[in-house]
Each structure stands twice: as C-alpha cells, then as structure tokens.
Design a binder for this molecule. Structure first.
Ligand SMILES: Cc1cc2nc3c(=O)[nH]c(=O)nc-3n(C[C@H](O)[C@H](O)[C@H](O)COP(=O)(O)O)c2cc1C
Length: 201
C-alpha cells in the first residue's frame, strides 16, 4: 500500500517597510510552491494568533527582513523577541530555517542581518539551510544577471536602488529568492520523508 506523505508547510516570516523585501518574499513563496510546499505568508508587523499557530505547525520557517542600519529592521527584531516564549519551550526545535535580506547597497552590511537570522534559528534549535548556490557575477565571464549575483552563501541577499520603486527589485535577486524557497521546500520534504522512514524501522 502506498502511503500519502504530507506536503511540507513552509512559513515565510518577513518584514518589509517599503515593499521591496515583500517582492522577494513573493519570490520565495513562488519557489516553495513550485517545489510542492504549502506556504504560510506572514508579514511579521501584522502577525495574528493564527499566524503564530501556522509558524508552530510549519516544517520550515524562512526569515526575511530589509537591512536597516546594518541589521534587521526593528519590526523584525520585535518579532524575533516575541518568539522568546517559544525559545523557552523549544517549540521550533528541528524545524528547518533559512533567511533572506535586501538593502540598497550591494553589500550594505547585509551579512549582519543574515547572521542574526541564523543565530535566531540556532537559539530555537532549528536547522539552518544555506542558499546552496555558487556565487555569481565574480568572474570576467560572469554577468550581473547571474543567480546569487551578490555572492552570498548563508542566505539570499538582494540589492534594490534606494530611490527605486518595487518594480526595480532586481530580476536575478527575485530568481535567487525563488531558488531559496524551492531549496527549503525540498529540504523539508526530505526531513518529513526521513522521519517517516525512521518510524518504520
Ligand atoms: C532606516 C533605514 C536604514 C537603512 N539602512 C541600510 C543599510 O544599512 N544598508 C543598506 O545598504 N541600505 C539601507 N537602507 C536601504 C534599504 O535597505 C532599502 O531601501 C531596502 O530596499 C528597503 O526594503 P523594504 O522596502 O522592504 O523596506 C536603509 C533604509 C532605511 C529606511
């Protein structure tokens, strides 16, 4: 008899002050859905009780924030601090985690934001999944249109002109965000299948 294995639930917990990071969150969502996951799309500055339940039920949580003043936004930090009750009870232990950020400058100190997300995940005993792409745009033969054009490993990093609208979010950054969503959905799938397999040993 073939067993039906549940689709992974991937939650995207993100903040976007002016809409640019939200465009990337949509990319992450598309990638995860294309890879077969159910997605809970959660803007953390308007989080509801139902959203918290979805986060607790999720197999994976992908964190997203703009980089403001060299770190995650205050709204994302407020969300992170509000998870402290869950930290105390290890409710999120062994969920898969990943992160993405966006800022105006090509570097813009985005790595601090991704590192903060990885530390947040570690404090919850989550399992951090990196971007899983080689760095793009770093050779004479390379192009700005490469996936992972800004060369991050720990998560997805995007750069959007500070004076541009949401329609100026870079296409390869959006594709990189889609890749992250698909990768996390796949890893969640593998984790669920592995747990099922161990249960039958
Ligand atoms: C308060 C504030 C601080 C910022 N700090 C940085 C920064 O440290 N590095 C950077 O490259 N861009 C910085 N930016 C630019 C934003 O990261 C950029 O405009 C981003 O696209 C905003 O994303 P959002 O529309 O999702 O809020 C800052 C913007 C604001 C409003």
């Amino acid at each position: 008899m073939t067993e039906t294995i549940k689709r992974p639930l991937v939650a995207i917990a993100f903040h976007s002050g002016y809409g640019h990071t939200a465009v990337l969150a949509e990319g992450v969502k598309r990638g995860a859905e294309k890879a077969g996951a159910e997605v809970a799309h959660i803007p953390v500055d308007a989080i509801t009780d139902e959203d918290w339940q979805r986060l607790d039920a999720a197999d994976a949580i992908i964190f997203g924030s703009p980089t403001y003043m060299g770190g995650a936004s205050s709204a994302f930090h407020a969300f992170a601090e509000a998870t402290s009750g869950r930290y105390l009870t290890s409710v999120w232990a062994d969920k898969i985690a990943a992160g993405f950020t966006n800022s105006a400058s090509k570097s813009g100190d985005k790595l601090y934001t991704l590192n903060f997300m990885a530390a947040l995940a570690a404090q919850h005993h989550m399992i951090w999944v990196g971007l899983g792409l080689p760095p793009g745009w770093n050779a004479l033969t390379a192009s700005e249109d490469d996936l992972n054009r800004l060369g991050f490993w720990i998560g997805a990093g995007a750069s959007t002109p500070q004076d541009g609208g949401t329609d100026t979010v870079n296409a390869s950054d959006i594709a990189t965000a889609e890749h992250l969503g698909a990768r996390v959905a796949r890893q969640a799938d593998i984790q669920i299948a592995g747990r099922n397999s161990l249960a039958h040993r």
